[in-house]
Design a protein around this ligand. Sequence first.
Ligand code: 3HC
Length: 312
Amino acid sequence: MENKNFEDIFEAKMAKNEIIEPKDWMPDNYRKHLIRQISQHAHSEIVGMLPEGNWITRAPSLRSKLVLLAKVQDEGGHGLYLYTAAETLGTDRDELLNALHTGKAKYSSIFNYPTLTWADIGAIGWLVDGAAIMNQVMLQRTSYGPYARAMVRICKEESFHQRQGYEIMCHLSFGTSEQKEMAQDALNRWWYPTLMMFGPPDAESPNSENAIKWRIKRESNDQLRQRFVNQTMEQVDYLGLTVPDKNLKYNETKKAYDFSEPNWAEFKNVISGNGPCNKERLAARNEAHKKGEWVRAAAAAYAKKNKDAVAA
Ligand code: 3HC
């Protein structure tokens, strides 16, 4: 069949809001766009384990240690689902990981900020996983089947992540004055980097036009950012905390909050590798990958033994 006919079939599927599966024909640029986004999403999950992993040995109680352990393990699993989804597009996991470990591939800028106090673990769960959920619930309806299905499982686990963070913020905000100050300090430092998670403003997003056309994204960066602010402000008020933005106020006309944009120059600087923790995160990731070599070799040997046994 002619390429033209394949294109017509793809466009017809898009027009009917149908799901594209690995065996379906797809434009090269659609495939490349998905490999870029899904692999960076996977990188974000495994790098996201590092800031929180830093607090497992210092959690204030056995219960909070158990909860944080479970969350960090979940993030590793999310990375696994997403690398597997990326591989259905014909890419190779080692290649993707090499791009991460050599600093070529991006991961979410948010993970390049330090976790200075236990309140940061609360703010990450509450705000960062809250923002991730906002984005990932939308991605459950993305046009590429394996990505959409990976999101269903991930979103269920993210909800637990967001609740455990919010529980920590409640504990601190209704605790002693020092604890409340810790919660406010964490909100001050994590608010704007969290808004950056949704990507640059729509007008400056080189990928969004195709992402919307191909139904990879169902809402734009700015729409999701706005929804996140509207939804989070109720919780900020309940906690009795203050967002570090003097322009933030409810706009009765648009029935949504007006708020200040993040510092996009800072964003560009962080995603170019010059954030507070970029070097530390990449070094830790390379170290973990090197230390994990024996596990990968053992798993490959076991898989080969099984395969040979089946073939014999
Ligand atoms: N951090 C790092 N890079 C970012 C970014 C961010 N917060 N936001 C945008 N970028 C990059 C994009 O990757 C793109 O660069 P590239 O072309 O070299 O890949 C460039 O900035 C322009 O951004 P666009 O908006 O045009 O790019 P996208 O259309 O890809 O949108 C996105 C960016 C919104 C992050 C989108 O890729 C997306 O929705 N990805 C899936 C969700 C995701 O990756 N979330 C990351 C957090 S996962 C997480 O927090 C889980 C937690 O539980 C640990």
